[in-house]
Design a binder for this molecule. Sequence first.
Ligand code: PHE
Length: 340
Amino acid sequence: MKEEVKQLLQELEEIRLEGVESLERFRLDWLSKKGKVQGLFAKFREAPVEIKKALGAELNELKTKAQLRYDEAAASVKQTSADKKGTRDLTLPGEGFVPGSRHPLSQVRNQIVGIFERVGFTVSDGPEIESDWNNFSALNMPEDHPARDMQDTFFMQKDPDVVLRTHTSSVQVRVMGNQKPPIRTISPGRVYRNEAISARAHCLFHQVEGLCIDEHVSFADLKQVLNHFATEMFGPDTKTRLRPSYFPFTEPSAEMDISCNICKGKGCNICKYSGWVEILGCGMVDPAVLDHCGIDSEKYTGYAFGMGIERIAMLKHQVNDIRLFFENDVRFLKQFTPIG
Ligand code: PHE
């Protein structure tokens, strides 16, 4: 019997298992109840006690090896049939990698920041939760000033001196307090206003505000830098115009319009058939603001401007509802993927 086991082990080594049929034959011949291995186990019961131990071990080895041969061959048969069925074609190119992209507002913000950085502006940052002083009072809006109503404010219930900033002009107050002129900086960031959400307004949005302070800074400098911005952002054919306006922190103040980039000035519903669309507010920094921030208003002058990133993005990409920027609908965002 010992010889028989040895022979079967040898046979097992030599046997070739290819294809479903030979595999099945092997299972019947070797592993089934009537197969060779079970046959030997039946004989084993009658074997003399003194050889049972050694023989048992050998028999078990044979059984495990036979099962292993079967399992390996079965796995490879399964694989080849999958290959044949075409479920795995190793010559196919890999699946394309779909890159994500920046949010359209981030893309537009980066563009705006880039334009000003290239003409020498630094970028300043500040907190979204601000003191009343930085957001209002330093900017010529004392507590009872009616201009505060222009910017519906979220106040902190516990402390009315703390607000969610309504514009990033608050960052400029901080910069003027910390740095000495010459100052040339822009402050991009998120701002909050207590407004009803509609297609045109949201309770949170984003701004880029700019500030330049030095000796002999004039309104002509302001006009120049804004014209440069408008043509860089909206194309070389863009026309600009300044309309007189009012802001408590600038004097004189203006609003800048660009020729409607959608109808090219002919008139459409975006520009309300005027051919012009407003893009920002600006003016010469009021000397009182400079004084509040510890800058000598006899020696220095400055200009400031501020724009909404959503508004610029809406005009540039012809988006007609500001809410789309906050919904994160992939079908909307996908349209701003720079590649692919
Ligand atoms: N801070 C103003 C706003 O948010 C914009 C502005 C900035 C206007 C600087 C003039 C000068 O409406």
